[in-house]
Write a protein that binds this ligand. Structure first.
Ligand code: BG6
Length: 488
């Protein structure tokens, strides 16, 4: 696979940068952010002068904290390289603080002022919320109160916030109002790390750069689409978070719907952040919403794996879903009537994330007298376990007798390159430093996805909760199988 000059990264070295990480001792910071920052650092993709201010409640000296960062790199990366690692860790400072306490924000502000003095010029400021979403609102209020978000000079301030953003439409709106009191949309980077995955971006690269497929990417040619996010592991040690959220909020409202948006959106008018986000938002806003109970029961399945309630910090009588399937419809000219099966679950047979697009059969089929029908083309864009694209097609078998054989055109990054592919968090951090918002969810996208999800969760308690064995094949739970027999 050739890489072109266009893949050269833009410089981030415009000004010194300070990244303040709320939740600096947490898993996200240690397991994802710091390894990602490290890769940017070793590839010379961070400003020469950068500092990370880690904020958390426990007491650490800078040195102790740097040791913690060092240890997490050792755990997460194959060979972090001693010297680079040492120099990387020296960029970290620790600020003991509590997000509920105004004084902590004042302390951050003072540290930033000292750093500016040290550099003798303005510095760009990034704030990363790597804390539990229940603190977002407080952090926004406190930043507003202490004016920590005020851009008052020749520098920028950007805020990175993780999903889930809100727990339903109303709370997401409230949160957004608070956020917009402090920041302009250009400063807000709402993270959905799926958008930053190379293989997820293939959904638009593949569609809009290959006329062969885009020309038939519509209801005339496509029978049904599956967006699957299957995981073969459970909720690990996230019992209390997961139990209050459930699969639909955890990954449905964001990752799964964003994959759907990229699969169904119209071609962006231009190749820029605004046009691409416009197209994604429009696709999400075209989803048919299910508001009454009967509609929901007909189109939504929810289930919980056996043994879920025995997990620490999960309520004994919890009805939180660990699996969902939604038969969704995108109500516009392109997609009218095509079912989109959105499905995710924990503790399933495989660890597979993919979008499978099943085309209609060609009728009448030139299949040979003995052949049964069922010759559909299938395009599968896979994110896990492989990052690949597969096209299933039909060809004549060798031999005297005319018969068709199933064949595949297959592309996989792992066959093409042995180079390490950048992780989604590297892309997130890098793009936010260069100010490219394309791969971040805009306010209207987040609201459109909550508009679709909220009525379903509001009716959850009246929707039957199925149970499944760990390691189960979700086909037994869903209505997909029955549908595929009837639809064409
Ligand atoms: C997170 C969810 O956003 O995405 C997790 O909270 C899920 O429950 C994870 O396991 C999956 O991400 P990835 O990148 O490992 O596929």
């Amino acid at each position: 696979m050739k890489t072109s000059k266009h893949t050269e990264a833009r410089s981030t070295n415009e000004k010194p940068l300070v990244i303040t990480v709320f939740g600096g001792t947490g898993d996200l910071a240690q397991k994802k952010l710091y390894p990602a920052l490290f890769h940017l650092f070793e590839n010379d993709l961070l400003p020469d002068d950068f500092q990370v201010f880690a904020v958390a409640r426990s007491a650490y000296t800078d040195q102790e904290y740097q040791q913690m960062v060092h240890d997490s790199l050792q755990n997460e990366l194959d060979d972090p390289g001693k010297q680079v690692q040492k120099s990387f860790c020296s960029h970290f400072r620790y600020i003991q603080g509590n997000v509920k306490n105004t004084q902590s924000y004042v302390a951050i502000d003072e540290e930033i002022a000292k750093l500016e003095e040290h550099y003798g010029r303005h510095i760009n400021r990034m704030f990363y919320l790597a804390v539990s979403p229940r603190f977002y609102s407080t952090i926004f209020e406190k930043m507003n109160e202490t004016k920590l978000g005020d851009e008052e000079g020749d520098y920028w301030i950007r805020l990175l916030v993780e999903k889930p953003f809100g727990s339903d439409l109303q709370s997401a709106r409230e949160l957004d109002t608070k956020l917009q009191d402090i920041f302009e949309e250009r400063q807000i980077f709402r993270i959905d790390h799926y958008l930053a995955k190379t293989a997820v971006q293939n959904l638009i690269a593949f569609r809009f750069s290959n006329f062969l497929f885009e020309g038939s990417w519509n209801k005339e040619s496509i029978k049904q689409v599956h967006v699957r996010m299957h995981e073969d592991f459970g909720i690990e040690d996230r019992g209390s978070f997961y139990d209050s959220v459930g699969a639909l909020r955890d990954v449905g409202q964001n990752h799964v719907l964003q994959m759907l948006a990229l699969t169904t959106m119209e071609g962006p008018k231009r190749f820029n952040a605004q046009a691409i986000r416009d197209a994604r938002a429009e696709a999400l806003a075209s989803l048919r919403t299910y508001t009454d109970h009967e509609d929901i029961s007909n189109h939504v399945v929810r289930a919980q794996y056996d043994g879920y309630t025995d997990i620490d910090s999960v309520a004994d009588a919890s009805t939180t879903e660990t699996f969902f399937q939604i038969r969704a419809f995108v109500e516009n000219d392109r997609w009218e009537g095509v079912p989109f099966y959105l499905e995710s679950g924990k503790e399933l047979t495989t660890n597979t994330v993919e979008v499978e697009v099943i085309f209609k059969e060609v009728l009448p089929c030139v299949c040979g007298a003995e052949e049964p029908h069922g010759h559909e083309n299938v395009v599968t864009l896979q994110m896990k376990p492989d990052q690949s694209i597969d096209v299933r097609f039909w060809a004549r078998e060798p031999g005297m007798q005319y018969a068709l054989a199933e064949e595949h055109m297959h592309f996989s990054y792992s066959d093409e390159t042995s180079e390490r592919m950048p992780d989604a968090y590297e892309k997130i951090l890098y793009d936010s430093i260069i100010g490219d918002q394309t791969l971040f969810a805009r306010s209207d996208e987040v609201m459109a996805s909550w508009e679709f999800i909220t009525p379903i969760i509001t009716n959850w308690e009246e929707t039957e909760l199925h149970t499944y064995e760990t390691g189960a094949d979700p086909a037994g739970l869903s209505f997909t199988t029955a549908d595929s027999k009837t639809a064409n």
